[in-house]
Write a protein that binds this ligand. Sequence first.
Ligand SMILES: [Zn+2]
Length: 203
Amino acid sequence: MEEKILHTTKRCPFCANEIHLEAIKCQYCNEFLDGRIRVEQFSNVQPIWQLIILSILTCGLYDIYWFYRNWKHFKVHHKLNISPTWRTVGLLIPLVGLVQTHRQLKYIRHLAKEAGIEKSFSPRMILISLMIFDLLSLLPVPYWFLSLFSVWPLTVVQRVLNSYWEKEQHGIPSRTKLSKWEIAIVMMGGIIFILGLIGTFLP
Ligand SMILES: [Zn+2]
């Protein structure tokens, strides 16, 4: 018996990404393909306070996810043929990481400009700030904690991104609450963070 290997994927009618033939929910845009209406739909806007809390409480690890998240949003929204996962892996490689970071920042500024967003930023300055905050993490206790401010340059970019998504996804509500796993991170990170502070500043 010959196996049919053709047509194992289909094109999502909502975002045009290739998905599994039997999929009833698109893995890229989360639309249901069986006619069901998606109950919750949120825009890609991220409140600045969420970004700050998640970044500080994960000691900056969230920043890596932040870049992944942006690539994923761009892939879905602009039907880009990119791998957000591999680009994120690239972030962890010296020099490649800098190039990838700069590339995303430039892309965001380009998108915002094209969309007529007045707010902007200098990708180079953001990159330099991120590098400086990274270096601060090498400082001895308790000065390394200055590196936690690495989220600050990202908030500058997020403000521009938020204006962009508000315009692009007009009418779609933005997520105001943290998701379940984000709450888990905040709680775990909060405990570790407080213990860390106690350990650092108490004799
Ligand atoms: Zn889709």
